[in-house]
Design a protein. Sequence first.
Length: 138
Amino acid sequence: MSMTIHVDIVSAEASIYSGLAEMVYAPGEIGELGIAPRHAPLVTRLKPGEIRVDTGKEELDFFISGGILEIQPHVVTVLADTAIRADDLDEAKALKAKKRAEDALADKASDIDFAKAQAELAEAAAQLQAISRLRKTR
């Protein structure tokens, strides 16, 4: 039997996933992290993107809009602002959000919060990337 690590993915609304994994991949703020059992303790910020949980039998995909990752040798905890099972992502909604953010950034005359518009654009782009990756793997 291979070694496993316990994974908890939690959003502000609910617990999204709790179970064992052989490997976890997360979008760290400065690059993707690969987390195996007995990983060194670490706390880092997460950017919008995909969390992949390899259980050994299947790979589960989740989309997060950002958050905090805490790693202990036998436990990985993802505290996400928003977390969605990748199968539940809505491509049309993500495309609409991306277009809305791009339009807001392009309109220099409007009184908008550029940081918020950029964050919304990054989140929509990450959702579309997750959807694209899922299509390729299926």
